[in-house]
Design a protein around this ligand. Structure first.
Ligand code: HEC
Ligand code: HEC
Ligand code: HEC
Length: 165
């Protein structure tokens, strides 16, 4: 099963206008396109399940797990702040995206790309589908474990807390 990701035209327009950046654009914002979308192009919550997004990446493990309701926005704007030291990929509080979106240098690079193309490049760049589970666990579980070790409030380290079913 393949499911291609294609951002809505409104989303594409938002990405374009936001990348153009200037506050002056707010004056000519088309109807229904909120200024808020420029400040926070990050989805609130997402389901992480690569097979549903891009199953054609070669070498992926069997589809046995997913993580539903991942609080993408809270992680991005709050949980990661000042915590780069606990994470496998260094990042700055100004641009936390790169902590999980391998090699990204701007938000537009992530929001403007075709999701499956972007994921294929990210997974291939880190050892391919065969290495996917390890990539994800080092992106997620390791930070929770490192923070827990340091006595900080953090996310789950137990399998079933991330993989509810
Ligand atoms: C902090 C959250 C978290 C914890 C804890 C966690 N995982 Fe995962 N795991 C993920 C995410 C996210 C993925 C990627 C899911 C996807 O894209 O399908 C994943 C992927 C996997 C996969 C690859 C298969 C698939 O369908 O993607 C397996 C197998 C797996 N985890 C098993 C485990 C086991 C066993 C444990 C406990 C030892 C565990 N996980 C703990 C987040 C977690
Ligand atoms: C804690 C890890 C993490 C951080 C930080 C993070 N993301 Fe994500 N993001 C993910 C994961 C995992 C996915 C699901 C797989 C994928 O599409 O890459 C995702 C998916 C996305 C998607 C596609 C979602 C959809 O439903 O179409 C967009 C867009 C996105 N992220 C943008 C961003 C931007 C912009 C930032 C920085 C402001 C950011 N992300 C920071 C982990 C993160
Ligand atoms: C900077 C380290 C860090 C990284 C990287 C990280 N987390 Fe978390 N996570 C946290 C912290 C901190 C909390 C909880 C904060 C709190 O409860 O105040 C949390 C909470 C959670 C929770 C509990 C529910 C919630 O959202 O509050 C889940 C589930 C979770 N994380 C999954 C993930 C997954 C999946 C990834 C990888 C895509 C990930 N985390 C990456 C630090 C991290």
């Amino acid at each position: 099963m393949t499911k291609k990701y294609s951002p809505s035209s409104k989303k594409k327009l938002a990405a374009f206008i936001c990348s153009a950046g200037a506050a002056a654009f707010f004056l000519i914002m088309p109807n229904g396109l909120l200024a808020e979308e420029c400040k926070t192009p990050t989805p609130e919550k997402i389901e992480i399940n690569i097979h549903a997004t891009c199953s054609e990446i070669p070498g992926l493990p069997a589809d046995t797990k997913k993580t539903s309701d991942f609080s993408h926005k809270l992680h991005t704007e709050k949980y990661l702040m000042g915590k780069s030291g606990f994470h496998s990929t260094p990042y700055t509080d100004d641009f936390t995206c790169v902590a999980c979106h391998n090699g990204a240098t701007s938000q537009e690079e992530i929001t403007g790309a075709d999701r499956c193309d972007r994921l294929t490049a990210a997974v291939s760049g880190q050892g391919g589908g065969e290495n996917y589970k390890k990539q994800m666990h080092s992106m997620c579980v390791d930070c929770h474990k490192n923070m827990k070790k340091a006595g900080e409030t953090t996310g789950p380290t137990k399998c079933t807390d991330c993989h509810k079913k």
